[in-house]
Design a binder for this molecule. Structure first.
Ligand SMILES: Nc1nc2c(c(=O)[nH]1)N[C@H]1C(S)=C(S)[C@@H](COP(=O)(O)O)O[C@H]1N2
Ligand SMILES: [Mo]
Length: 204
């Protein structure tokens, strides 16, 4: 019986598995598949705003100008979709979610966020997964404005989790003291979605 352990089995047969690929993922290369559950949103930034409500001392609303006035930052790295494609060495420009959350006073028992898109798409995240330099609102991909099909003009980016957590056309965070499943989480996806633990579906 052959015993082959992951990360070793490929050796000597020509091709190493790229260590940037989480288990069960393949490299999609230059492509970037579009995955949208709802009818694509169309909005212009002059009418858009970003709101943080729920367990905050006061609901906070940022206009596009407010967001653009904040220092921008860049994510350089990989993204991973639960449907098994990963896109490696990509980059996005936007604003760190830390900067936004630093401008609100969170309730003492704040622990989760339900993120909402202009279309009504939702996804839930522990606050921890949005803080500490792990999440951005982004408007640029590889130096160009984010296209509408990919969530432009602005989307959430949480690249350390499966990409369904990165809500396109983001417009709101609702801060909660309990975990409220979002659209895919109610429809059988894993609650957290860590690609390195292959948390694809509920029960994984
Ligand atoms: N508003 C909205 N955001 C969304 C989705 C969606 O259907 N609607 N799909 C999610 C899923 S399942 C994935 S894999 C990524 C796909 O982003 P992309 O189309 O830019 O590749 O967006 C996520 N964010
Ligand atoms: Mo996805």
């Amino acid at each position: 019986m052959a015993i082959v352990t992951r990360g070793f089995g490929g050796r000597g047969r020509g091709k190493e598995r790229d260590p940037r690929l989480p288990p069960g993922q393949y490299d999609v290369g230059k492509d970037w598949p579009v995955l949208t559950a709802e009818v694509g949103a169309r909005f212009t930034l002059d009418r858009w705003n970003f709101t943080v409500d729920g367990l905050v001392d006061q609901t906070r609303v940022w206009s596009w100008q407010d967001i653009k006035a904040l220092p921008s930052s860049r994510y350089e790295g990989d993204i991973h979709c639960v449907t098994t494609w990963s896109k490696l060495a990509t980059n996005f420009t936007g604003v760190s979610v830390d900067l936004l959350l630093d401008q609100v006073k969170l309730g003492a028992d704040a622990a989760f966020v339900l993120a909402t898109s202009t279309t009504g798409y939702t996804t839930n995240l522990p606050l921890e997964d949005l803080r500490g330099g792990k999440a951005w609102l982004v408007w640029e991909h590889e130096g160009k404005p984010l296209s509408a099909e990919h969530g432009g003009p602005i989307r959430l980016l949480v690249p350390h989790l499966y990409f369904w957590k990165s809500a396109k056309w983001i417009t709101k965070f609702t801060v909660l003291n309990y975990d409220e499943p979002g659209f895919w989480e109610r429809n059988g996806y894993h609650d957290r979605g860590d690609p390195w633990k292959e948390q694809r579906y509920r029960g994984d």
